[in-house]
Design a protein around this ligand. Structure first.
Ligand code: FES
Length: 146
């Protein structure tokens, strides 16, 4: 891992929380970054409008693992509405910041949360979210590490 990572990023990378997959999840989100090829899968259990449990699997860089790890901690126990307000910036801030070329990794975490909630809403209400894609973030760093 290169320099520039906060101790918290390193800590979540080395010891990620909520890794795995929930059986019979209420919502499943699969997202990927076409530029770096990293992918993230998030599964949620929802009880009374609250995220009762959440697990993730990330095949990606250290920052992607650390951001998805802390994102699960940040939405667990929160309502759907609160979880939807989780931004990639809040995720990065909670980790003590990310190097600029790694901000797109936190976007993946935000998108994974939204995608899992979108899936849950589609299954339960028949109507999903109006998901915006963060294309600009993807292209912004399109030459990193290549
Ligand atoms: S998510 Fe692809 S490099 Fe971090």
């Amino acid at each position: 891992m290169s320099v520039g990572y906060s101790p918290l990023v390193m800590e979540h990378f080395a010891n990620p929380r909520n890794v795995g997959e929930i059986d019979n999840a209420d919502g499943v989100g699969n997202v990927g970054n076409p530029v770096c090829g990293d992918i993230m899968r998030m599964t949620i259990k929802v009880e009374d409008g609250v995220i009762a449990d959440v697990k993730f699997k990330t095949f990606g860089c250290g920052a992607a693992i650390a951001t998805s790890s802390i994102a699960t901690e940040m939405i667990k126990g929160k309502t759907i509405e609160e979880a939807l307000r989780l931004t990639n910036k809040a995720v990065a801030d909670a980790l003590g910041g990310l190097p600029p070329v790694k901000m797109h990794c936190s976007v993946l975490a935000e998108e994974a949360v939204q995608s899992a909630i979108d899936d849950y809403l589609r299954k339960t209400t028949g109507k999903g979210l109006d998901l915006k894609k963060h294309e600009e973030h993807v292209h912004e760093h399109s030459h990193h590490e290549e």
